[in-house]
Design a protein around this ligand. Structure first.
Ligand SMILES: [Zn+2]
Ligand SMILES: [Zn+2]
Length: 186
């Protein structure tokens, strides 16, 4: 039993502030209640950081896809803040909910699911009840961004499976871009 040996206190550096102190027991690692409080806080933060890393590693691809799409959609809504619906006459001051609407659907053209030419601010009525109101969306968006871009979008008919590594990088880059835009808006 270690505790049956007489404990010979020798100064040691505090684990938090590095100041030398004389410990009361062999387990004693910080100099003061204040450093103890800081140590408890730091240990809890380290624990949370570790959990976060583990959780990110276990996150399925669909969650990454959803998070990337949510970021891109927010970017689109900020970019188009001054515009009306992409597929009807509701103007920028319409008081309903705004969505981000894909011209080429994710199912048909996943290659351009995050492409900013392919996504425009649309009203919830067109998006929810008219599936984006595509008959109007096409011609109106040709007018807005030009035929060349829209024609290119219609050549993008392949499906792409974005892997998690790609999605992580994409989320980091686009997240930064979104935060910059949000700061400018504020
Ligand atoms: Zn200390
Ligand atoms: Zn609309």
């Amino acid at each position: 039993m270690i505790d049956s040996l007489p404990f010979a206190p020798k100064p040691r550096p505090c684990k938090v502030c590095a100041k030398a102190f004389v410990p009361r027991t062999s387990m004693h690692s910080v100099c003061s209640p204040r450093c103890m409080a800081r140590k408890v806080k730091k240990d809890a933060a380290d624990e949370r950081a570790l959990l976060r890393v583990r959780k990110e590693a276990a996150k399925p691809r669909q969650k990454w896809l959803d998070e990337c799409q949510a970021i891109v959609n927010k970017i689109v809504r900020i970019r188009d803040a001054h515009l009306g619906c992409c597929s009807c006459d509701r103007g920028p001051n319409w008081s309903g909910q705004w969505h981000a609407s894909h011209l080429r659907s994710v199912g048909a053209a996943s290659a351009v699911r995050f492409h900013l030419w392919n996504i425009h601010k649309g009203c919830s009525i067109c998006n929810n009840h008219l599936s984006g109101n595509l008959a109007e969306y096409g011609p109106r968006i040709r007018e807005r961004i030009g035929n060349a871009k829209v024609d290119w979008l219609y050549t993008q008919n392949h499906r792409v499976t974005h892997n998690v590594e790609y999605l992580k990088r994409f989320k980091a880059v686009m997240g930064k871009r979104l935060r910059r835009m949000e700061r400018r808006m504020a």
